[in-house]
Each structure stands twice: as C-alpha cells, then as structure tokens.
Design a protein around this ligand. Structure first.
Ligand code: TXA
Ligand code: MG
Length: 541
C-alpha cells in the first residue's frame, strides 16, 4: 500500500473523508498528537488500527467527535459533571470515559463496558470528522510502544505502507496526548495527565482522584484502570534513565557516566554544562514547551544513535505532570536520585547542632534523625507494633503513644535487649531518611544533610556520599553539656564516658571538624567546609 500525503485543504480533507467512509485508515492531525483514525462504528476498520499499530487488542481507543450533540448517542447517559467539563474544555485536550452505548463496537472498548470520547480542538481534525459524518476512533499514530508522532513526517516513519493516507496539518500544538478522565467512577479518576490539568478539572467539578499509575509503576499483579498504562510506552530504542535532582546534580551525574553512546535528554539551560551529545526538550522553566518537544526529542535520540540516555527530570506540576508521566514510562520507571547525601555525626556536646544550624542557614535541608526516631513510632506504625511485641505493652501510655521512659527501662536493661531495640528502630530510621532524601531530590535540591548521632550504628553511613564528624576537647564538651542540660560536672563526665570515643568517629573518609574555638568560629568552619565539598562535587558547575 502506498501511503499518500494529503494537504489540509478542502480537497485533502475530502479525500481523507472518502477513505475513512470506505473503512480505510487515515492519520489526522489533532492539537495533541497525530491520531490514526478509522470509522468508530465499523468494527473491521477499527480492527485494522490494531494491526497497523501492532497494538494489543485489550487496549481501548478514544472516539473523536466534532459536535457536542454527537456525544449522547455514544454513551449511556451524560452526568452533569461531564457536561460542565465539556462546556469548559471542549473542544480541547480532554478525554472523558463514561458507560458505553450498545452501538460502540467491542474493538473500540477493548472489551470494557465504557467508552472514551474526545472533541479535538484542531480545525483540520474537526473538518475530517464532520466531512466523514461518523465518529472516528483514533489512537496516537505511532507503532505501539514508540513515542507518539507530533508531525506528519514522524507518522510517515512509523506508518508508511501500513495506512491509506496521512493528512499533513503541521506540528501538533500541545505535543502530549489528551488528559484522560474516568467519569464512570466516583470520585472521577485521572488516568492520564495531559493539557487539561487536575487543577483545571477540579475548578469545574471539585475533587478528583489521581490514579497511582500516573506517577508510579503498577504493582505486580495489579489491574490497570486504563489498559494503556500497563504497557511500556513512548520509548525510543535507547535505554533511558530519569535523573532527579538539581541542575548541578544532573550535570554531575551525566558527566560522571559519560561514555560512547551516552547522550543527555536535557533542558536548554543544561547544554553548556554537558560534554556528551545533547538533545534538549525545551527550557527548564517552560513545561508547555517541554510537552511540545518531548516526543520528537525522544525520536531524535535514536536518530543520533544513543544507546544510553540520561534525562533531566521535569517538574511534575501543571502540564509538567503529563511530561513527567510520559518520560517515566519512556524510562521504564528507571529513576535515579542525583542528590548528595552528607552525614553529620559526632559525640554529644561537641557542636554537631551548631554545624547543622550553619548549613540550615545556607538553605540546605537537614534531616534530624532524632525527629525521625519519633516519627517511626507514631501510634499504629509497624515499628511501634514490633516494639510492643518485643518489649510488652508496658511501653505504651494509656492513650496508645510510646512511653519513652518505659521503653528505655526495658530496652537498656541488658545489651541483648538494646540490640533488639536497635534491630527494630535503626532500619526504620534509615528507610525514612532515604524517603526524605528522595523527596528532596524530587524537589530539586542538590544536597541534603542527615544529622545522626548514631550515623555508623544505624548504618546510615552506607548511604552517605560524604561524612562530617564534629569533635571537641572533653573540657569544652563538659561545659556545653552542663549549660545545655543543667547537669553537674560528674553527671556530664559520666554521660561522656558512656559514649563512643573520638577515635570511633575519626575514620578514613570522614572529614573532621575540630571545635576548639567559639560557636561563631565553628559555624564559619562548617560553611567553608561545605563550599569546599561542593567544589569537589560539581567541578563543571
Ligand atoms: O490526545 C489523544 O488522546 C490522542 C489523539 C489522537 O486524540 N489519542 C490517544 O489515544 O492518545 P491512545 O489510544 O494512544 O491512548 C488512549 C488511552 C490509552 O491509555 C487507553 O488505554 C485509554 O486511553 N482508554 C481508552 N478508552 C478507555 C476506557 N474505556 N477505559 C479506560 N481507559 C481507556
Ligand atoms: Mg498512544
């Protein structure tokens, strides 16, 4: 079959409509991506879409209309919420799922009882639908699994010889597929983010649910609300890894992994910081542009022969959520947090919190493990349950919260018991610290500090890129502890002697801050040390 390229003029539209009426496949432009259209009410025509795309038959199609009145015959009924959304955002990049009318072929529904309908904004798409006089089923016009096409040439790459014609309407304006909202459930559920953002939907109909698969891999064995979400998608041939973290952290990560075939899918602003070949998908500040460019950028990477691609992570907000959703699928959920984790430790009274305060004032996020230790034993937490099993219910207050004094009495009564306590709490603290580190990477921080008196004991050192220990002469510590905790000289000494010696902290690979001067001096030392560490991390930035 020779695939004809049609112009978006009356003759081209007429030709496209005649082919569609005859049960043929025609790729048509829409404002989101190009669609591979067939008469939605002709089961044979619809079946040939699946063949042309290599698409699994259980993945349902979107039905496109070009007049609001054409919606009602396709669905059982239209609830007020759906009506109001249509008034607000149709024509436009919003697809709504409702229980299907009997006229909808099985092939369109992928065996489900519902049907997805959309009224595209693109005038050429509207003209073809009206001229054909039928609703058109149209998935994105790529081979299944490949990035969706945003111009006619990209459709030709995938579909030459497989379909009757391509209507060339220039470049798709939005660049990512429509928002898919399931209104057959309560509350309505976002299945796929797109140009119409959750906020825009909630402004019209109130709170909606966001399907977990929008941002996360489906759990093994889970049933996808939208069959399309279970397949690997939008992926070029190269292996893609999504890198979260600050621009500096991203650049550092890419540079550290530079090799033959490695390329960066980055933002415009990253280009000067990288020495590997780059393909930009827009400005870091401009999610609309990122959406427009993403799919074409993915295809360019293949053309340039990339084997491994490190992708800079977009902010998952507004339309950026759609960009993030496509990219994380293109990456097969392979995500790396490029954030520097600095462990801060030292014996009591040596000045650890002063160093932490200096860094906090520089805007660096600090994880305080003393606070984590409280967070992990909230009522109902697995950790508290575990402690209860091990140390009996006597460790609880009447209101179900943890009685720390009672726990201390039980747990420190023998070395064996202390070991049991640590075996429960330390892994939980480590896991929570890692979760907070991930959150910080996602928020775009380049580094984070984990302030942990028991850094080595709890195994947190294993996840640190750098470790800083603050130590001080014994006399100075006694003075500080007495002032801080109101202890006698003897009490302060016995507390110090119950702890690890300085040697314990001063290990190879640990940077030691000697606190011998004033508090201000220690802060200055901490600031200088930080700046030096940073220079080592980001030699390019
Ligand atoms: O912007 C778009 O929506 C483009 C243009 C061409 O309109 N079309 C598009 O279609 O992206 P497609 O087939 O590539 O993606 C449709 C998505 C799939 O993830 C599919 O599983 C889901 O919508 N879907 C369709 N009908 C559904 C239904 N009844 N229930 C749940 N999910 C459905
Ligand atoms: Mg698709």
């Amino acid at each position: 079959m020779d695939t004809r390229l049609l112009k978006p003029d009356p003759a081209g539209i007429d030709q496209a409509a005649r082919l569609l009426q005859a049960g043929q496949l025609v790729a048509v432009p829409t404002e989101t991506v190009y669609g591979l259209a067939a008469d939605a009410l002709n089961p044979t025509a619809v079946a040939s879409i699946f063949a042309a795309k290599g698409r699994p038959m259980d993945n349902p199609l979107i039905v496109h209309i070009a007049a609001i009145e054409d919606w009602a015959p396709l669905v059982e009924s239209i609830p007020t919420t759906a009506r109001r959304l249509a008034e607000a955002y149709w024509p436009g990049p919003l697809t709504m799922i409702l229980p299907a009318a009997p006229c909808i072929p099985q092939e369109v529904r992928g065996g489900l009882q519902t049907v997805a309908v959309r009224f595209p904004a693109d005038p050429v798409a509207q003209a073809v639908i009206l001229r054909t006089g039928r609703p058109l089923a149209a998935p994105s016009a790529n081979r299944s699994g490949s990035p969706s096409p945003t111009n006619a040439a990209r459709v030709m790459e995938d579909m030459q010889g497989r379909i009757a014609a391509i209507l060339d309407g220039g470049r798709a304006e939005v660049g990512v597929e429509s928002t898919v909202l399931d209104l057959s459930v309560q509350p309505p559920r976002l299945l796929r983010p797109g140009g119409i953002t959750p906020k825009m939907i909630e402004e019209i109909i109130g709170p909606i649910a966001i399907d977990p698969a929008v941002t996360h891999a489906l759990e093994k064995g889970a049933v996808a609300a939208s069959p399309g979400m279970k397949y690997k998608h939008y992926a070029p041939k190269a292996r893609i890894q999504l890198i979260k973290g600050s621009p500096a952290a991203y650049a550092h990560y890419v540079q550290a992994h530079a090799a033959h075939g490695v390329m960066a899918l980055c933002f415009d602003e990253d280009i000067p910081t990288l020495s590997v070949p780059t393909v930009s998908y827009g400005s870091r500040q401009n999610p609309i542009q990122q959406a427009q460019n993403l799919f074409d950028a993915l295809r360019q990477l293949d053309e340039k022969g990339a084997t491994t691609v490190f992708a800079a992570c977009p902010r998952p907000e507004g339309i950026g959520l759609a960009v993030y959703n496509r990219l994380i699928r293109a990456a097969g959920f392979d995500v790396v947090n490029a954030i520097r984790v600095v462990g801060l430790t030292g014996p009591t009274g040596a000045g650890k919190s002063t160093a932490a305060a200096a860094w906090r004032e520089m805007g660096i996020p600090i994880i305080d493990t003393d606070l984590l230790a409280r967070e992990i034993v909230q009522p109902g937490s697995p950790c508290l349950e575990e402690l209860q099993k091990t140390f009996s219910c006597a460790i609880l207050n009447p209101d179900g919260t943890l009685n720390r004094t009672a726990l201390a009495e039980h747990a420190f009564s023998s070395p064996e018991k202390t070991k049991q306590l640590n075996a429960i709490t330390h892994p939980a603290i480590l896991a929570l610290a890692q979760q907070k580190t991930d959150d910080a990477a996602e928020a775009g921080y380049s580094a984070i500090v984990v302030d942990a008196p028991l850094l080595f004991e709890a195994g947190i050192d294993a996840v640190c890129d750098d470790i800083v220990a603050v130590i001080a002469p014994e006399e100075k510590r006694i003075e500080r502890i007495r002032a801080r905790d109101g202890l006698s000289y003897e009490q302060a000494i016995s507390r110090i002697h119950a702890q690890q010696t300085d040697d314990f902290y001063c290990r190879p690979g640990v940077t030691v801050l000697h606190n011998t001067g004033t508090q201000e001096e220690l802060k200055q030392q901490a600031v200088t040390l930080w700046k030096n560490m940073e220079k080592g991390w980001w030699p390019t930035g």
